[in-house]
Design a protein around this ligand. Sequence first.
Ligand code: SF4
Length: 276
Amino acid sequence: MMSAACRRTPRRRVGPSSAEQRRNRRVMKISQVFGPTVQGEGSAAGRHCLFVRTFDCNLECNFCDTAYTWAVTDEKAAKTRSGKRYERDEPLYGLKHMDAAAVLDRLRALWDIEHRPTIIVISGGEPMMQQRELVPLLEQLRGWGHEVHIETAGTIAPLAEFNELVTQYNVSPKLASSGNRLSKRFKPEALAALRDSGRAWFKFVVTEDWETDLAEIDRIVVDVALAPQRVMVMPEGSDGRTNITTAQKMVDAALRRGFGLSFRNHVFLWNEDPDR
Ligand code: SF4
């Protein structure tokens, strides 16, 4: 028979509560999980990493090289240079609904994720659209000691619970040359929040019309009080020759401003293979 003392002892919970279980089962919209590869762009270029690419974006850039994450209607496809409409359910790069456990299983299949450190790059699409859903995944990855880098266009401010799990933001604000209207692509309060995290690098894509683009970058740097040493410019272009030609034209103007220069190393190495 149970004693009175035993009856008063609160029952100890074993394992996660039902609220935690619900939270861990938050479902993300994912396009791809791939690697190991090298980070192709920005301040971490060349570093060993794995990529988790989220599905969907709140912008519609004409030069987007991952339009398969969002150009799934005729209207959206018309915003891209190619005009190509992608299938939402396409098996390789289309939409998958995955919780943290499913993404971790996929990462485990690619890398000894529990024992060998690397960078996990969460890219898109626009991953900041799914901050709450990403939290359980980021908690597990940080618990294993990985750096988590977020690639974003900088139009959505970070939530506190998300922000504390991020090692670095690679912010790529979009210019007029992207084809998005100003009110959609330029959110100074979001850029300021990312700047204030102290973990953001700002990388601007520069087209062949590099003087116009640099003038717009100058205005953003002043308006948002970005530190020039945290700013990089990167030539647009899906082939190595265009990358180098634009870089040669603009590099001195960028250096005078205190900006760094980024190439798109994956273009040189793998010619935009979406799995690399
Ligand atoms: S913000 Fe990035 S993913 Fe979204 S449309 Fe522009 S280039 Fe593509």
